[in-house]
Design a protein around this ligand. Structure first.
Ligand SMILES: Nc1ncnc2c1ncn2[C@@H]1O[C@H](COP(=O)(O)OP(=O)(O)OP(=O)(O)O)[C@@H](O)[C@H]1O
Length: 265
């Protein structure tokens, strides 16, 4: 057993090294080193020791505060989101965490905020699923690493809504499902996504089903800015679909969602 674990750990080490070598001459080297600091490598080992990740694959995305990698799981591919400890947007993270009663006891060191943020994304995804919203299934979160279901085919993520071929014929169906998801999140999960746009929604090309992603910043309704965020999410979506002939009133959708919530209380 011990040998097996060592082998897995070595494999991740080699892969990280290979990534470093491959990117040696590029600016991306700095980013890779920022992601795989020693503590993060240790966290990846812990997850690998649990048998969840068998091998780490290529980079899927380098975002403002996190990197997403493909990984080989027990019997399917996984997405591994690693929040960079050296994240530059930490201050805005703090603002979201501090307004959330679920994190009242979190210490305010940068690391603790980032760990809480990772846990928050995991829990938000779980709550979204319970409410009937399609999101990647979270599998484990440890410190700054979140492992989840890979929403893609082969080694490629599903396209973002923006690239998913929305047109005047299919726009209504997309819009209705997305509006329903915003409503379900609010009324059933007590959550507001908080950063919804054509970039944070993937589309399964086989079923044309929208998938919400990036729920680290999603807030509960007690958050002082939850109403502002809900309005903004609705406005972003309505703005996007306007060019495909959907004419919806953001204020009306906002009030409808609030009414459904009040009736259900
Ligand atoms: N579970 C997943 N399955 C497949 N691809 C994913 C998954 N999660 C994220 N991705 C890919 O990684 C990209 C970035 O993910 P996400 O938005 O969660 O990270 P982020 O660091 O917050 O990004 P940004 O800073 O750009 O907002 C997505 O657009 C998507 O292409």
């Amino acid at each position: 057993m011990k040998k097996e674990v060592t082998r897995k750990v070595e494999r991740i080490d080699t892969q990280v090294d290979e990534m470093r070598v491959r990117r040696k001459d590029s600016n991306a080297l700095k980013v890779i080193e920022n992601v795989f600091d020693d503590a993060t490598l240790k966290t990846l080992y812990t997850i690998s020791n649990k048998g969840i990740i068998k091998a780490l694959g290529g980079s899927i995305s380098t975002g403002k505060e996190a990197n997403v990698f493909l990984a080989e799981g027990e019997d399917r591919n996984l997405a591994v989101k690693i929040y960079r400890i050296s994240s530059s947007t930490f201050n805005s993270m703090e603002e979201y965490i501090l307004g959330d009663p679920r994190f009242r006891n979190v210490r305010h060191s940068k690391r603790d905020i980032i760990f809480a943020w990772t846990k928050k994304e995991h829990r938000n995804l779980e709550r979204a699923i319970e409410a009937g919203v399609k999101v990647p299934v979270p599998i484990i979160s440890e410190r700054n690493v979140l492992v989840m279901e890979f929403m893609g085919e082969g080694e490629r993520s599903y396209p973002q809504l923006k690239e998913a071929g929305v047109n005047k014929e299919n726009a209504r169906a997309f819009f209705d499902t997305i509006s329903k998801y915003i409503e379900l999140l609010y009324t059933k999960a007590n959550l507001v996504h908080g950063d919804l746009s054509e970039y944070n929604i993937l589309v399964d090309p086989h079923t044309q089903e929208p998938i919400f992603i990036d729920m680290g910043q999603s807030v509960t309704l007690e958050h002082p800015k939850s109403q502002e965020f809900l309005r903004r999410d609705i406005e972003n979506i309505i703005r996007y679909f306007k060019k495909y002939g959907i004419d919806a009133d953001p204020e009306k959708l906002y009030s409808t969602i609030r009414e459904i919530k009040e009736k259900g209380q």
